[in-house]
Design a binder for this molecule. Structure first.
Ligand SMILES: CC(C)(COP(=O)(O)OP(=O)(O)OC[C@H]1O[C@@H](n2cnc3c(N)ncnc32)[C@H](O)[C@@H]1OP(=O)(O)O)[C@@H](O)C(=O)NCCC(=O)NCCS
Length: 180
């Protein structure tokens, strides 16, 4: 049984070990999520401390998936600290599922909860980017995301090879555009 919950600043710092393990597992497994190899505890800790700060300061939301033993096996970040002329928009970052827990619907559950949280905040347009040709790209298509375009040579894979990124967007049902 998997539980999805939101972690606040202090919870994130208390669970650094588990979050580090998740991020390192994904990067070492070849996911293009901002890091290149070697990926160690130091880089991971700095990243999660930054997430904790932005959760406290900017209202970002870190959602995690917990297994029966309360271990973190997945996460996703909802980013809402955007310019004042985009009050209806949010971004999705760092959707990660531990390699031992994949293809069991955890990412789908995390994204369903993220959409629920976004709607509750009046955010009905979601945007993200992901490495072109990745399993994540297939996942987003399967979940109803629309492709906006591809930017060639956007980033590096963990092994240093260049990769393109695919931009996706999704309109959530209900909610009317602000402004005229
Ligand atoms: C992409 C990722 C988050 C998917 O997590 P997951 O929990 O395994 O996904 P789900 O089980 O919810 O998948 C739902 C559906 O999406 C599709 N899907 C998921 N992973 C896929 C893959 N690697 N290849 C093709 N389709 C995939 C399938 O249709 C799947 O349904 P099915 O298993 O019944 O066929 C996970 O593989 C991961 O963490 N990858 C590394 C990190 C990463 O690249 N994150 C994206 C950053 S933008």
């Amino acid at each position: 049984m998997v539980t999805i919950t939101s972690l606040h600043h202090d919870d994130i710092l208390l669970r650094l070990h588990s979050l580090n393990a998740l991020l390192i597992d994904c990067v070492e497994g070849g996911a293009s999520v901002s890091f290149v190899l070697p990926m160690g505890e130091d880089k991971a800790r700095v990243f999660w401390e930054g997430v904790a700060a932005s959760v406290a300061r900017d209202g970002r939301q870190l959602l995690v998936a917990l297994d029966d033993q309360q271990h973190i096996i997945g996460c996703v970040i909802l980013v809402t600290d955007l310019p004042e002329n985009q009050p209806h928009r949010a971004e999705v970052a760092k959707l990660l599922v531990h390699s031992r827990a994949r293809r069991g619907g955890i990412a789908r559950a995390l994204m369903a909860r993220l959409e629920q949280e976004a709607r509750a905040q009046g955010r009905w347009l979601l945007v993200l980017d992901t490495a072109s040709g990745s399993g994540a790209e297939q996942f987003y298509r399967r979940c109803g995301w629309q492709q906006a375009g591809v930017i060639p040579d956007y980033a590096l894979m963990p092994d240093g090879a260049r990769c393109s990124t695919t931009l996706f967007w999704k309109h959530l049902a209900a909610g009317s555009p602000p402004g005229r």
